[in-house]
Design a protein around this ligand. Sequence first.
Ligand SMILES: [Zn+2]
Ligand SMILES: [Zn+2]
Ligand SMILES: [Zn+2]
Length: 479
Amino acid sequence: MIDDRFIYLKIYSSNEKKVIIKKLDEIVKYVAAAQLPNSIENIHPEFVKVQVILARTNLARKMRMFGGKGCLKYSDCDICDEGHCITILYDDELKRIWKDRYNKIISIIEESIKATEGLVITMNNRPIIAEFHNTCGGATENSENVIGNRVMYLRKVLCDYCLNSPNWEGYKEISIEEIEEKLKVRFPNLTPTLKIDMKGFIEEIDRDDEGRITSIKIGGKVFKGTEVKEILGLDSTRFSIAPKILGVKTRGQGDGLGLCQYGANQMALMGFKFDDIINYYFTGVEIRKIEKPCIKKPLKEKILVIDPGHGGDDNIGAEGPGGLREKDVVLKISKRLKEFLENLGATVYLTRDEDEYVSLNKRAELANKIRPNFFISIHLNSFSNSLIRGCEMYYYKGDRESLGLAKCIMNSMVKNLDVINRGIKVAAFFLLREVGTSSLHIDIDYVTNPEVEKLLKNNEYIDKIAESITQGIVEYYKF
Ligand SMILES: [Zn+2]
Ligand SMILES: [Zn+2]
Ligand SMILES: [Zn+2]
C-alpha cells in the first residue's frame, strides 16, 4: 500500500526479477549497512547518522522524482540491486559480514534513520554526489585530482582525525615482474660489470679491473667486497645490485574524495554532531529535508518540448480517406497536451503553434537551446492497407530514458484509448539524432484507417489522447 507520507522508489530486484516499490528509507538501511566499514570497532551512533544521510543523498540523486536519471540498465526504475547503481546488501550478506555485531549495527542504523528523517545533503537544491572513503591519511582530495572535474563541494580539507585508523599507513611489496607486467615497462637488465648507485643507501662502489667489488658503502657503512660476499652468502665478489621487489608505502585508504569515514567516526567520538561532521568534509553544502514534489504539481521543474510534426501548405503529412490531415490533428493534440502538462506544473514549449512550415533544423536548434527533460514529436501514421491501425513509438539507440518514458505513455494510451500497441522501436530519424536531450517520436495511430480517422475528427478523442500522454509522463516521474 502506498502511503502519501513516505517517499517510495522503484527498484529492480534481481531476486524477484521484476521492478518492486519500496520505501526510500528501507533501501537507505541496506545501503548504509553496506557502506559502514566493519573494520571500525567502536562505531559511534552519530557517525552512523552521517552514513545514513550519505546513503539517502546518493539514492535521492538517482531518483527520477528528484531529477535523477534512474537506473541505466533497467529503464523503468530508479535503481537496481545489481551493484552498478549503488551497493545494496540484504540481511543474509550483512549477517555474514557483521556476525555477532549484526543486530546491534542494524538497530543503530534504524534509529539513525528515524533521527535523520528525510535529511539529505544538497547544493543548489540538488542532492550532491556524497562521496566517501575509508581513511584519507591526512587530507581529503580536490575532486579534479581524482575524477578530473571540479566539484564545488568536494574540496581538500585537512584531516588527522583518522590518525588511528589501521589504514593510516599501508605497505605493499610488489615484485619487479609484476610492475613490468602491469605498467608495461622494462627495467634495465643489470649485468655484474655495471656500476649502480642507490643514492643514500648503496654508494661509492669501487671495483678492480676485473669488475670485482673491492669496497662498497651500504647504509653509510663501508664494507669490503669480500665481507659482503661472506655475510650475504654470495657466490662472487663480482656482483651488481638490482631491485627485485619494491616496497610501496601508502598513506590512507581509498581515493580521498569527500568524507573520510575513520575521521568522521573519530569526530563523533569527540562529540561532534552529524551536521558538523558533514559540513566539515563537504564544502558549502546544505543539509535539509528532501521535498516530495507537490501532488497537485507533479511535473514541477520539468521542461518539455512538444513537436507537432509537419505544417504549412507544402507539408501536410499523412492524409485520411476523408481528407483529415496529419498536420492539423497533431497541432491540436500538441496544444492540448501543452495545456494539460502546464496545469501539472511543467514548462512546455511547442516547435510550432500554428499551421506554418518549420524546418527540422530549426526544431532541433530550438530543442538544443532549451535542453528539455524530453523532446516529444507527435505524428500520425499512414499505410496503403487501410485496415492497419495502432500506435508506434521510436527512440534513439541507447536512450534508455526515452524508452522508459515510451513504455509509460504506451501503457497509458492502450489503457485509456481505442488504440493498439504496435511496438516501441529504435530509429535514427533526424530529430531523434540531432536533438541532444532524450527524445521520443510518437505515431499516434493510422489516419489511413477510416475508423481511426473518424475518432480523430472528434475533439473529445483528441483531448483523451493528450490526457493519456500526460498521464504516461506523470507515471514516468512517479514515486
Ligand atoms: Zn542499475
Ligand atoms: Zn581522514
Ligand atoms: Zn508525420
